[in-house]
Design a binder for this molecule. Structure first.
Ligand code: DC
Length: 221
């Protein structure tokens, strides 16, 4: 097996920085699998809401964190996410989930559960993994680490377009609220790790960012 087939590409960054589009395209170009860890945090959040768990009550969330069975499909051209066998790929992008995912993600028992799941999926590598703590916690030995960001206004405009939302200001406020919790939490906060290449996508096209990341992978393996 070639080095490239075992490579782990860890991509962290803020909400709406273009991580998903970039990671899927890079994985497709290089024949790698793709894992969206944010979708898993969203899926467990969706389940907590459906079960009527108070998402602001960390002890209540922790007590139930082991219950839902979350399965991620890793085809970059058609990633899937199911909870107890139900496809939740649309439901996890709702405003309700957006508003609850950061507090749920801050609960240590949720993180332990999902990090174990993520490491099992990463296995021997050959994968592009996106999230907030991939280079720091999930795959600290990843050969390639990228930290992707962009100005808040650019991120909000992209997210609003993706979700068909017409209120860009509200989208920006929601992104910034999540960034603040994700960066300030005690466990696995969003941070730029040593060895990560920072890419600001504000003034770059998606294709330019993809090229940069593909270039980094080719250079390192
Ligand atoms: O990437 P995203 O916006 O879909 O992620 C949703 C939330 O999940 C984000 O606000 C923080 C959390 N998350 C996390 O805590 N750790 C990760 N590795 C990925 C996402």
């Amino acid at each position: 097996m070639s080095a490239q087939q075992n490579v782990v590409v860890a991509v962290d960054g803020t909400s709406g920085s273009g991580k998903s589009s970039t990671c899927r395209a890079v994985a497709d170009r290089l024949g790698l699998r793709y894992l969206d860890t944010g979708a898993q945090y969203r899926a467990i959040t969706w389940w907590m809401l459906r079960e009527g768990v108070d998402v602001q009550d960390a002890a209540a969330v922790a007590a139930r964190a082991g219950e839902p069975d979350i399965v991620s499909g890793t085809d970059p051209l058609g990633p899937t996410i199911t909870v107890d066998g139900t496809d939740v790929s649309v439901e996890i992008r709702s405003d309700e989930v957006n508003g609850a995912v950061s507090p749920v993600s801050a609960v240590p028992e949720v993180r332990t559960r999902l990090v174990d799941l993520q490491r099992a999926i990463v296995g021997d590598g050959g994968i592009v993994v996106e999230g907030r703590d991939i280079g720091s916690v999930v795959c600290p030995d990843a050969e390639v680490k990228v930290y992707l960001t962009a100005d808040p206004a650019a991120r909000a405009a992209r997210r609003a377009l993706e979700n068909g939302a017409d209120d860009v200001a509200a989208t920006e406020a929601s992104l910034l609220a999540r960034d603040a919790i994700d960066s300030g939490r005690a466990v696995a906060p969003l941070t730029v790790v040593d060895g990560a290449t920072q890419i600001d996508s504000t003034d770059r096209t998606l294709d330019e960012v993809i090229e940069l990341v593909v270039g980094l992978v080719m250079e390192r393996v």
